[in-house]
Design a binder for this molecule. Structure first.
Ligand code: FMN
Length: 200
């Protein structure tokens, strides 16, 4: 879909260049970069301009590793409530491996949550995440959408720990953003055909 006019546009170039990174170096991002990502998140659109989301950035390794252990436990008892069931068994099995790390050992993880009983929660938080991903790409960082906290959000020991970290217990957890320096680049997937219709 790119043409010569839009390929000169920095935003469109960033949209095309962004990939989901699943191998990061150990180098932490700077606090200035983190602030830039969080600023991009809070500038996303939200239904009726609610802005009821919360973005919780975690860089402390012991905290991230503790969350990883709780997610592993949570995935053991996770039952998907949609037609994802066919993949759930594989995900559960993979999560029991000793080396499993749901955020790919990225040095920074940004959790997103929103108030309960809010029908735009998933949309608002996903738009904020896309701002984070595109901003990460634009400053030379890798990122990835991480869904495991959404799947395990009802696991009580995990919620207890997240409450200790300041995520309200009643909040709904949505996707998270893993962010860091790219170790291994991700290949660009092909665009599937016939997903666009023009009535012009
Ligand atoms: C709603 C959603 C959930 C996702 N969850 C995960 C995830 O939990 N772990 C992961 O590695 N990638 C996850 N991804 C990333 C997709 O796998 C990725 O976007 C897709 O393979 C296309 O690759 P690209 O992002 O490099 O273009 C998710 C993406 C979306 C939009």
């Amino acid at each position: 879909m790119a043409n010569s006019a839009n390929s000169a546009n920095a935003v469109i170039q960033t949209i095309h260049a962004r990939r989901s990174t699943r191998k990061y170096t150990a180098e932490q991002i700077t606090e200035e970069q983190l602030d830039t990502l969080l600023d991009a998140a809070i500038w996303a659109p939200s239904g009726s301009d609610c802005q009821t989301w919360q973005f919780t950035a975690i860089q402390k390794e012991d905290v991230l590793l503790k969350i990883n252990e709780l997610v592993k436990e949570g995935l053991r008892v996770w039952t998907p409530n949609d037609d994802y069931a066919s993949r759930a068994a594989a995900i559960r099995q993979n999560a029991q491996k000793a080396e499993y790390n749901f955020y790919y050992r990225a040095p920074t993880l940004i959790l997103t949550s929103n108030r309960p009983n809010y029908e735009n929660g998933l949309a608002d938080n996903a738009l904020a995440l896309q701002n984070v991903f595109l901003t990460a790409e634009s400053v030379g960082l890798g990122s990835c959408y991480i869904n495991q906290l959404r799947w395990t959000s009802e696991y009580a020991p995990l919620r207890d720990y997240l409450a200790e970290l300041g995520i309200p217990r009643e909040h709904v957890l949505f996707g998270a953003a893993a962010v860091g320096h790219i170790d291994t680049a991700t290949p660009t997937p092909e665009r599937k055909p016939n997903t666009v219709k023009k009535i012009i």
